[in-house]
Design a binder for this molecule. Structure first.
Ligand SMILES: [Mg+2]
Length: 410
């Protein structure tokens, strides 16, 4: 009850600040909907149409790019999340034709119509290719306006983004895992880490017997109090076991506890969030705005985590962040795919409450020199690219050697 009262008070304060309403009021469903529905894009600088002439899927080695060009020769580019090879038929047959000949400045309306035409396909396999196109169009609009993406999405409010470095392993013993975490910290200068617990969609089974119960206290003991800890069970537990593990994470004062229960079991996840004081985070596979609204309005989690690719792009994710803000909750986006952290940086540049740390999977070296100045970090924070659009300095150079992805890829 203490936790619930605390959050109801925070939510009430957020509404009070936003609307002048009485502090005891919880936001209504209508208020959440209104917050989500406000236009996101700020395109005042673009006085004339930017008509989309072509959208192509290109491949270079293992990278897939979506390239958009306007009739006037403006261009933008995005990178996929490792799924273009098998999702390209959806991209090419359903999504690309929708945009050709249209003014890119009306992107928000085009996205709504695209959804209307394809709502039966709503899900990760549809939203991912939509996200690639959205990122490429935003890159193009930013280049035309000479502004970074964050300025198109409401305005850049921060340039430095504290990150945690994510381990991603379950094949390690507890001792091996803390050694690996130490290595990640040394390599990146991170002030925070995330490690995996449980067995991943495992119906309570651990990755190896006793790993989680030994690992949690060991991380604090081995890494010390100066490193902030996050743990992710990837949908491993039922509520009793999730709560038992959550208590251990409370003991070590972890920042948050991600996906304690099967990701789409909203009721079980809420039971765990209600029982614990540690913030519960979730939402990386969520694809419905109304289910995010439910999670926020009912405090089904404490931190929402739309994935910028899986959830269909930056604009949809900002709508989730607006609903979360109304309830006094943070939005810490999940990232899938190597280049995804660059989109995370643009999201983080313009969204007020992103939580304490953002995810970083250590894939900077691969893309560093595409940017000017090169991608960098300092003192545990990543620096938001400052060039126009996504910040790639020379699209032609990056795409050198790329060719049209084969039709066998869709
Ligand atoms: Mg996760």
């Amino acid at each position: 009850m203490n936790r619930r009262r605390f959050f109801e008070r925070s939510a009430g304060a957020a509404v009070l600040a936003a609307s002048g309403a009485h502090a005891a009021d919880k936001p209504s469903i209508e208020q959440f909907d209104q917050a989500a529905a406000q236009p996101v894009l700020k395109l005042d600088a673009l006085k004339s149409p930017v008509v989309i002439d072509s959208i192509r899927l290109l491949r270079k080695g293992r990278d897939y790019f979506v390239h958009v060009r306007s009739k006037d020769g403006a261009e933008g580019v995005s990178l996929d999340n490792g799924r273009a090879q098998y999702l390209s038929p959806i991209l090419r047959q359903l999504i690309v034709p929708h945009f050709i000949g249209k003014d890119a400045r009306d992107l928000e309306n085009h996205l709504w119509q695209l959804y209307r035409d394809n709502y039966k396909l709503q899900g990760l396999a549809f939203w991912s290719p939509q996200a690639w196109v959205e990122f490429a169009i935003l890159d193009m609009l930013g280049r035309v306006a000479n502004k970074p993406i964050g300025d198109l999405l409401g305005g850049v409010i921060r340039r430095e983004v504290p990150f945690y470095v994510a381990s991603g392993r379950r094949d390690t013993t507890p001792q091996q895992e803390v050694e690996y975490l130490r290595k990640l910290i040394d390599e990146t200068g991170a002030k925070a880490v995330k490690y995996r617990i449980g067995g991943r969609m495992s119906r309570n089974a651990d990755a190896m017997p006793g790993r989680t119960k030994a690992l949690i206290p060991l991380t604090r003991k081995a890494l010390g109090d100066a490193i902030d800890l996050h743990a992710d069970s990837n949908s491993s537990y039922d509520p009793p076991q999730a709560i038992e593990v959550g208590r251990m994470l409370e003991e070590i004062k972890a920042v948050y506890y991600e996906e304690p229960c099967p990701f789409d079991h909203l009721e079980d996840t809420k039971k765990v969030a209600d029982a614990l004081t540690i913030p519960v985070a979730g939402g990386e596979q969520e694809f419905s705005e109304r289910r995010f609204r439910w999670m926020i309005a009912n405090r089904g989690v404490d931190i929402v985590q739309p994935d910028l690719h899986y959830y269909g792009g930056l604009i949809r994710s900002i709508r989730v962040a607006r609903m979360a803000k109304l309830a006094g909750m943070s939005t810490t986006v999940h990232i899938s795919g190597g280049f995804g952290f660059v989109y995370m940086l643009h999201f983080a540049s313009c969204v007020p409450d992103i939580g304490k740390y953002q995810e970083f999977k250590q894939e900077m070296a691969r893309y560093r020199d595409w940017f000017n100045p090169p991608l960098s970090s300092k003192s545990g924070s990543l620096i938001v690219p400052e060039g126009p659009g996504v910040g790639i300095a020379d699209i032609t150079a990056v795409l050198k050697g790329a060719s049209e992805a084969p039709v066998s890829d869709g």
